[in-house]
Design a protein around this ligand. Structure first.
Ligand SMILES: Cc1cc2nc3c(=O)[nH]c(=O)nc-3n(C[C@H](O)[C@H](O)[C@H](O)COP(=O)(O)OP(=O)(O)OC[C@H]3O[C@@H](n4cnc5c(N)ncnc54)[C@H](O)[C@@H]3O)c2cc1C
Length: 379
């Protein structure tokens, strides 16, 4: 039975980047992935610059398109445009993107086990035994990087799911040359394309990734709103489309991120942005923080758990907490939000572009700031 210091379950951006950072410091690491790589992942594939600039290698070879200008629409009445010198959003296909990070980790010596599904975990005094669809392994640490469903978290005693999971539907769409010519020029978000949510059109090299997500955990006919959204985009003819539905966890677990030497990162932990549901950059960041915690602790489980929590508290958790408040206000208080956007919409869009660029986070006193702007409008 092979033994590793760290076994990572899932080769998405969170798992692959943790593997990369651990292997860089010579820590023996195995990446366990149930699919054959590269694998498709349901995702808009909009990678914001704060994530891109944090990567320690270039991703140019897998970039589909880059957008320095971002368009945000609110019905036909409001339209805001932001422009930055560097690409605010880079378009990627997740099979190629995730696989690039896996390859970088492999170059540093990470063992990659694809077509290998984690089935169960046995906790012994010395290490954790992993029973997979192929071989058995042992490891000192297990990282659950296995996405929104996170079977690993369930195996490691997270019996209740305390994350907020929102529904999203995404289509890979081939349209006519005429429509593609028109729509491939802009990356756009359409607020309220779906109640309590938004729609997006993300142009890839030869097709569009079009989707809708609702910030409410509710039963909703996503397909119906997707069709309406195609009308908004004035798409006349669809040559081919592939539907993919999934959930996005937009609030962190409330019952801890480490149990029995199992660390949760990325979607397994619930680290996607509550306002935009953008999850790739925090998946990568949380993977890096978990790796740093293990490295700095010199493989001491208690120290590593404390360090990981400290690091999360420094950069991810406060931002998500503010984002949760902002998301509730933005999607649920639409009348007052629209009044504010009429006056401050461009300023708000610029602030969001700064968040995407990694130049700022959501202000901690956002509630106070928004309340005072509302008072200015009303009185
Ligand atoms: C419709 C939709 C659109 C989105 N659009 C965007 C976007 O445009 N931009 C953005 O930033 N984010 C977007 N997101 C969110 C983003 O996709 C996730 O936040 C991100 O993929 C999380 O990365 P991860 O590494 O935590 O998990 P994942 O990328 O989900 O990777 C988990 C991996 O674990 C593997 N796995 C699962 N179970 C097991 C097992 N038992 N054994 C072995 N392996 C296993 C899976 O096969 C998978 O490869 C979107 C999400 C959805 C659903």
């Amino acid at each position: 039975m092979k033994h590793f210091d760290v076994a990572i379950i899932g080769s998405g951006p969170s798992g692959a980047s943790t593997a990369f950072y651990l292997a860089k410091k010579g820590i023996s690491t195995v990446l366990v992935e149930k699919e054959t790589l590269p694998r498709y992942k349901t995702c808009g594939g909009g990678f914001v610059y704060r994530g891109r600039k944090s990567l320690p290698f270039k991703i140019d070879e897998i970039v589909e398109r880059e957008f320095r200008t971002v368009d945000v629409y609110l019905g036909s009445k409001m339209h805001f445009k932001t422009h930055r010198e560097r690409p605010t959003i880079t378009m990627v296909m997740r099979d190629a993107f995730d696989n690039l990070i896996v390859e970088k980790a492999k170059e540093l010596g990470v063992t990659i086990l694809e077509d290998t599904k984690l089935k169960s975990l046995d906790f012994t005094e010395k290490f954790i035994k992993l029973n997979t669809s192929q071989d058995q392994l042992t490891a000192k640490f297990v990282i659950a990087a296995d996405g929104a469903l996170s079977p690993t978290a369930k195996m490691a005693d997270w019996t209740n799911d305390t994350r907020k999971l929102i529904p999203a539907l995404e289509y890979e769409v081939e349209v006519s040359d005429e429509d593609f010519e028109r729509l491939s020029k802009e990356v756009r978000f359409d607020m309220d394309a779906i109640p309590y949510g938004y729609g997006w059109s993300f142009p890839k090299k030869n097709h569009l990734s079009i989707g809708i997500a609702s910030a409410r955990r509710t039963k909703i006919n996503l397909k119906e709103y997707y069709k309406k959204y195609l009308d908004t985009l004035q798409i006349k003819h669809i040559i081919k489309e592939q539907q993919h539905g999934f959930q996005i966890p937009v609030s962190p677990r409330t019952d801890g991120f480490v149990k029995n030497n199992v660390f949760l990162i990325g979607d397994a932990a619930g680290f996607a942005d509550p306002v935009t549901a953008e999850g790739i950059s925090n998946a990568i960041l949380s993977g890096k923080l978990a790796a740093e915690a293990i490295i700095e602790s010199q493989l001491n489980p208690e120290k590593a758990a404390d360090l990981y929590f400290e690091k999360l508290n420094e950069c991810i958790l406060p931002e998500i907490k503010t984002g949760l408040w902002l998301s509730k206000f933005f999607y649920e208080q639409r009348k007052i939000r629209n009044l504010l956007l009429k006056k401050y919409g461009q300023r708000f869009s610029e602030a969001m572009a700064d968040v995407f660029m990694g130049d700022r986070t959501y202000p901690h006193d956002i509630k106070k700031k928004i309340t005072s702007k509302i008072k200015e409008l009303v009185f």
